[in-house]
Design a protein around this ligand. Structure first.
Ligand code: SIN
Ligand code: MN
Length: 222
């Protein structure tokens, strides 16, 4: 939802760029509708179980490749064994548009070919601890799109989970890209602000986040 004051675009760390309200309301509605479909299957949206038996508070469904702690596979062996849905070309193209927006036309933009998307749903109490996206064998940037409730996104350093870090509010429609020297930085979501979503997106409560990545594992189906 648009606030009273425009939120400025910011380079949070080298290679880490926040672009507020990048997704149009129409794009947000389309993403919500698509996520609703993906949440149904072939692999349903569910809470990921960690190797130690803990359960993530966030609910997740993947496209292209299935992520489970801490590897990618084509089938969701920790859920129902089904093959994950394809990552549609329009979503990969949205990822390239996002890189153009964040970095301009050069660099990784021309060759960016995300082959997995992790879709995370946060209810009002869900959180995500500080972690690195490190199962990919590609140093290509991660593109993050948010719809629904505003959250605090903590963007840290590449050394450890602690300081220095920067807390950024990610609201509905915001784009965040982390690549280059920030690609393997720790990051997490310590807080979601329930009730801040604009129901006009089709998501009346909670927060959706899509991260697009290149796995570097080769084309699914091969
Ligand atoms: C993630 O790190 O995979 C998700 C980040 C977010 O929800 O903004
Ligand atoms: Mn992550």
């Amino acid at each position: 939802m648009s606030g009273l004051f425009p939120r400025p675009r910011a380079v949070v760390a080298p290679g880490a760029v926040h672009v507020p309200e990048w997704l149009s309301p129409q794009r947000q509605r389309e993403l919500v509708a698509a996520c609703r479909e993906w949440a149904r299957g072939p692999v349903p949206l569910r809470h990921t179980v960690l190797p130690g038996g803990g359960v993530m508070s966030v609910q997740t469904v993947c496209l292209g490749w299935h992520w489970q702690p801490y590897r990618y596979s084509r089938t969701a062996d920790d859920v129902n064994g089904a093959r994950v849905a394809e990552l549609p070309e329009w979503l990969a193209e949205l990822g390239r548009e996002a890189l153009r927006e964040a970095y301009g036309g050069g660099g990784p933009v021309r060759t960016y070919a995300p082959d997995t998307a992790l879709i995370n749903f946060y209810d009002g109490t869900a959180r995500m601890g500080m972690h690195r996206d490190k199962e990919e064998r590609s140093a290509a940037p991660v593109v993050s799109l948010s719809v629904g409730d505003t959250c605090v996104f903590r963007f840290g350093n590449t050394e450890n989970r602690g300081r220095p870090y920067t807390d950024v509010e990610l609201a509905s429609g915001d784009l965040f890209v982390f690549g280059g020297p920030s690609r393997f930085a720790f990051h997490g979501v310590p807080k979601v602000y329930p009730g801040t979503a604009d129901p006009a997106t089709g998501l009346s409560r909670g927060r959706l986040n899509l991260t697009l990545r290149e796995t570097g594992l080769g084309a699914p189906g091969r």
